[in-house]
Design a protein around this ligand. Structure first.
Ligand code: CA
Length: 222
């Protein structure tokens, strides 16, 4: 796959490029956020550093998300909870903290790209729960006349829970379904997406915590 590395640190960029080549990807590296915005169309996945010379990586992320659903993995040296949370809320699919482990990097790239690829399969039925309607083909959730402004991951999370309405979905099932592998998936990322989804649903109690097990939505919501 054509893979874009947005990274201003030469040594880090070289290490990332060497790593993804071993998995058969074709990396291209750019240094500036502006360059990423210019060339993103040519790529199947983007690795995005947050600390860039010309603009904040989070700003690059927000601009990209206005125009493309391409999988984006944030790379952060900061191990900065706030940046990670903002990144996930701004539509990043996942994040990696530097120094990045090679095996983890490749596994996450595979997970986010596989998830993106699943979205173009045969037509699926809509899910309707009370006044909430989830159009799986258009990837749009709406309540009444209004579409909910969900990120790609929030939509996947809602579709998974609603598709199992009435049953408990465990955290492991969610991690496995959304990121492809419960082992590499990030539990903290799930919490951020869940918080974002709940805020946008504006329906307290719709997603029920089942303590120590997972989450459930009611099959027949009041
Ligand atoms: Ca940097």
């Amino acid at each position: 796959m054509e893979l874009l590395i947005v990274e201003d640190d030469d040594a880090m960029a070289s290490a990332l490029a060497a790593a993804v080549v071993t998995a058969g990807h074709k990396p291209t590296r750019v240094v500036r956020g502006e360059d990423a915005l210019l060339v993103h169309r040519n790529f199947g996945v983007i690795l995005l550093d947050l600390g860039l010379p010309d603009m904040d990586g989070l700003e690059v992320l927000r601009k990209l998300r206005q125009v493309t659903p391409v999988p984006i993995l944030i790379l952060t040296a900061r191990d900065d909870e706030r940046s990670v949370v903002l990144g996930l809320r701004s539509g990043a699919d996942d994040y990696l903290v530097k120094p990045v482990k090679l095996v983890e990097l490749l596994a996450r790239i595979e997970a986010v790209t596989r998830r993106a690829g699943r979205h173009s399969t045969a037509p699926q039925q809509n899910i309707v729960l009370g006044d909430l309607e989830i159009d799986l083909d258009r990837r749009v959730a709406s309540r009444g006349a209004g579409e909910l402004p969900l990120t790609a991951t929030e939509f996947d999370l809602l579709a998974l829970l609603a598709g199992h309405a009435g049953s408990v979905v465990t955290r492991e099932q969610i991690l496995d379904s959304l990121w492809g592998d419960a082992f590499v998936a990030s539990s903290r990322a799930l919490d951020v997406h869940l918080t974002g989804l709940r805020a946008k649903l504006q329906r307290p109690g719709f997603i029920i915590n089942v303590r120590g097990v997972g989450y459930r939505v009611e099959a027949d919501p009041a």
